[in-house]
Design a protein around this ligand. Structure first.
Ligand SMILES: Nc1ncnc2c1ncn2[C@@H]1O[C@H](COP(=O)(O)OP(=O)(O)OP(=O)(O)O)[C@@H](O)[C@H]1O
Ligand SMILES: [Mg+2]
Length: 424
């Protein structure tokens, strides 16, 4: 180009430079709107999901107006930013077209003037007209690529934040747990979900193999937290938990969880048949065994009422009652035949008659197995080998039912409060 004509070359470069700067300026402005747009879209999806799944609660508390206002606020930001980012994105495209055309005209006019002065040949002007088109053509492609890149970058940024979280370390099996008897020991365990708020303050207890241990205490005392630590859902802050003298830190999470059968406060059902929900990932369960377990937890009448029995599909959680879900979860734990058992408020949603039935069944399951039971209704744990009363993450009393009643302490207080309630 420069060999043909220096002034026209400089003009072409100037046009390209101006074009580049203008597109960059617009892109910079667009970027902030694209980011906000993606953020609002995430908020909007979150809100819709939350309001949809909690629709009955929203309706009961007459929260529709508030929900709609929140939706409108997010929607307004989303609409506003989407409009701006689309507007600036399309400006960027048209801007490159404009620069291309203005550049074309400038080259024509300057070429014509140079030609009139006899400084260049006519062919050179034609060559520069083609050059400038090629130059600016590349710019318009660049600008549309920048617009798409921006929305990809804003979305990817959010995905990368998620991917950036640390991975759980891969664990190797270092110890053999196949012959575990069930001696569980908590040694001066301290723990807090957040660094600045400790929940468990120096918890120590030794549970002999086969013992039935009940953990009682007021709401928020840290009972479920103790179970979370035992199952390695969280790691202890300081101190140690061991099973048969082996620290659970030396076992893999998979090994620890394989030792326990759990029935938690929150039940979990997945989409599949009732049979699949009960046997879960086992394949060697006979129908007789299934019948036996379901009868033990009092599910047989419910199953008989279903059109396809065990093969009835469970579409979603709402198609079964809370109590039935607890019965299914207990049946799942019983089928699994674990070495140790954990029941966290396992019968809180069933009627007293079913509770009695389940208690008999779980007593059989817990017989000769180390078991941990958390229950608010003390009637379910009166026969435990050891009752641990926790308050604010510390043990306040331990002993058997009669012993604790004689002590006239925290357990007696809990017991009396229930007695008062039941005699009302
Ligand atoms: N995932 C969590 N993150 C932060 N704090 C938590 C978490 N889970 C529980 N907590 C807090 O830890 C404390 C103990 O909770 P925990 O669930 O162990 O109580 P709990 O004794 O099982 O009560 P409940 O009888 O109601 O089941 C509570 O103050 C609770 O707010
Ligand atoms: Mg709990």
């Amino acid at each position: 180009m420069a060999f043909l004509n220096i002034p026209l070359t400089l003009l072409s470069i100037a046009i390209a430079g101006v074009g580049f700067l203008m597109i960059q300026t617009v892109a910079k402005h667009t970027q902030k709107y694209v980011r906000t747009q993606q953020k609002s879209l995430g908020q909007m999806n979150g809100l819709v999901e939350e309001q949809y799944s909690g629709h009955s609660i929203v309706t009961i508390y007459a929260g529709q107006k508030e929900a709609m206002e929140r939706f409108d606020r997010i929607n307004e930001t989303l609409g506003h930013t989407a409009f701006r980012s689309q507007f600036l994105g399309s400006i960027s495209n048209h801007l490159s077209g404009l620069i291309s055309n203005v550049g074309y005209v400038l080259i024509c006019v300057s070429g014509a003037l140079l030609y009139l002065n006899g400084a260049i040949h006519f062919g050179t002007i034609i060559a520069f007209m083609i050059y400038v088109k090629m130059f600016t053509g590349a710019f318009s492609q660049l600008s549309s690529a920048v617009v798409s890149m921006q929305s990809v970058a804003a979305a990817a940024e959010r995905v990368f934040i998620f991917l950036g979280y640390g991975e759980m370390p891969v664990e190797e099996e270092k110890v053999d747990v196949s012959n575990v008897k069930g001696l569980v020991e908590f040694k001066d365990v301290h723990f807090g979900y957040d660094e600045d708020r400790q929940i468990i303050h120096g918890f120590s207890i030794r549970v002999e193999p086969g013992q039935k241990v009940a953990i009682v205490g007021p709401t928020g005392a840290g009972k479920t937290t103790l179970i979370n630590l035992l199952m390695r859902f969280y790691e202890v802050g300081s101190g140690d938990i061991s099973i048969d003298g082996i620290s659970i830190r030396d076992m893999t999470r998979h090994q620890v969880r394989g030792l326990f059968g759990m029935v938690l406060q929150e039940t979990w059902m997945f989409e599949g048949t009732l049979r699949e929900n009960i046997v879960f990932n086992r394949t060697d369960v006979s129908d007789e065994k299934l019948d036996e377990v379901c009868k033990a937890v009092g599910l047989q009448h419910f199953i008989a009422s279903l059109p396809k029995g065990y093969d009835t599909p469970i579409k979603d959680d709402s198609s079964i009652s809370m109590g039935q879900r607890q019965q299914i979860t207990i049946a799942r734990a019983m089928i699994d035949d674990p070495k140790m058992v954990i029941l966290d408020e396992a019968t809180s949603s069933v009627d007293p008659l079913t509770e009695k039935l389940i208690k008999e069944a779980t007593d059989r399951m817990m017989d000769s197995r180390t078991s941990f039971i958390i229950a608010h209704r003390l009637s379910t744990i009166m026969d435990a080998d050891l009752i641990i009363v926790v308050k604010d993450g510390s043990i306040v009393e331990t002993g058997r039912h009669e012993e604790l009643l004689r002590k006239k302490g925290a357990y007696k207080e809990l017991f009396d409060s229930q007695f008062d309630v039941s005699s009302d």
